[in-house]
Design a protein around this ligand. Sequence first.
Ligand code: PLP
Length: 441
Amino acid sequence: MTDRYAKSRDLFARAQNSIAAGVNSGIRKMEQPVPLYFSHGSGPRAWDVDGNEYIDFQIGQGALLYGHAPAGMAEAIGEQAKKGTHWAAQCELEIEVAERLLKLMPGAELVRFNNSATEVVLSAFRLARAHTGKPLILKFEGAYHGWADEGLVGFAPPADKWGDEENPSRLHPSQGVIPEVLGTFVVARWNDPAHLRRLVDHHRGQIAAIVFEPVMCNTCCMEPVPGLISTIRELCDRDGMLMIADETITGFRFAPGGAQEYLGFTPDLTILGKAIGGGVPFAALVGKKSAMQKIIDGTVVHAGTLNANPLCLASSKWCLDHVIEMGSDHPKVVFDLGKQLMAGLRALADKYGIPMRPQGPGPAFHAVMLKPGAEEGPVTEYRDYVRRHDGPRWAHLRICLLEQGVRAIERGLWFISLAHRQQDIDDALAKADAAFAKHAA
Ligand code: PLP
């Protein structure tokens, strides 16, 4: 039998000799049956080096909200490249992009640029500690806020180390982390406002900020229960803590103004990444003037040689103009198509007796694969997800989907881009039918 991934396998084997573990981001190593190598993409489709075509729902881990190689973006970057690739100084383009963010994001009064959301998370935490003079950051169990020491506390803790439900452990998935960092976090369960209130009260006067992904896309696309976001806002206002919305995934995706527009709240600081650059290394910290004061007066250091790089700015300006032009059509497109895809996948799951339950708002959703005997109904918090989701079974279905040319993220996440059309959803569901049949066989 011919190997449909032969060239990717060869390249991955070759990469072992020059690239540590063969990949440049740890998670990419997890792709089964082999980490894929890509040759080109166009809109919602991508082709690997073996010539396999995919309808892409991985879409650059969400960064490609406008699809692969959208018309106009390359020209915008190319025009800028001819004039200069880097100043490490000011250019008008950075003001133009910042002005667009102020127009789009409810919580944006001032902006600072970085190259990745991980850096922005670190900036936001530093700023919050300086702003409040308090040491702790409260985050939610299962939430991912980048790969640095401070972003991974409480992300994906293994079940045998969970500990107390009321006071989840401050675990870290990586070795080499500064041990004291763990002590600067309080970890709360997602979607339990009363528990959150108890934890905040317990640490009252010590917490600088509450950071959260407004829809927890990184773990099961869990939407906040009614009352959660308003409780975060109320507690932050009561105790002078900063409310930090990590909109790295949700930004521009759930509404032009991100999840803060979609859910109707105004954070003090917002972390933006991925879709802000459309696939170039670009990210931003945006926030209220009052919350940015320590950066304004220079008492908090925020820096970076490549910050506000003009190539990234050119791409971002193109992306944000696209979002502004689409206006309210934008959420309609991604919600309609996402919900159709979710419903179609659920119908196929029922047809073949597969316990797969897509959950999430639509523009992003997660394929929950129920373990034998697991109860039905939405997954609402991290431990519930670990208890009910059958990772190995999902991984098998994903491989079957990949063989048919439908690409979702290894962990079960799917993204709809603004480049997906009705035909792509119809095609994906027709291909998924064959994949589900194979998986069920
Ligand atoms: N925050 C969230 C919610 C994310 O999903 C990610 C990346 O997936 C990050 C932060 C880190 O972003 P980056 O990979 O750009 O550093």
